[in-house]
Ligand binder design. Sequence first.
Ligand code: C2G
Length: 133
Amino acid sequence: MKKVITYGTFDLLHTGHINILRRAKEYGDYLIVAISSDEFNAIKGKKAYYTFEQRKMILEAIRYVDEVIPEHTWEQKVEDVLKHEVDVFVMGDDWTGKFDFLKEHCEVVYLPRTVGISTTKIKEDLNAATAIK
Ligand code: C2G
């Protein structure tokens, strides 16, 4: 069984997230998603709208996702790849090069981001719409 892993916050789930999850799954038979904990999001300078538990529940409902694990630190990736016997690590290309150190343990793939959508844009558009009312 070929195992794939990807990492992220996945807040306010949108088609950009779905695209990368679908494409990541195409690299194998089993997709693990490591979702950033609320505490790790704070380290990333992010404040998710949904809690870790809510984001985990939403991702577990996606057909491409086989397992959801927590992401607590930047450093856990090598341990995760070894522990879960991962063959392929996939991330959006905004991260190109940042995780090349994993190449000694697994294949590293950076996929093009979906243009025009992001959790930040969703929040900004909603705030703007509310302001107009
Ligand atoms: N993504 C995408 N297209 C978008 C938005 C996001 O392909 N329009 C991808 C990102 O490149 C990332 C994944 O969706 O691979 C999750 O995005 P975020 O939830 O923003 O995750 P991020 O904050 O990049 O966290 O250790 C890695 C970090 O946890 C990644």
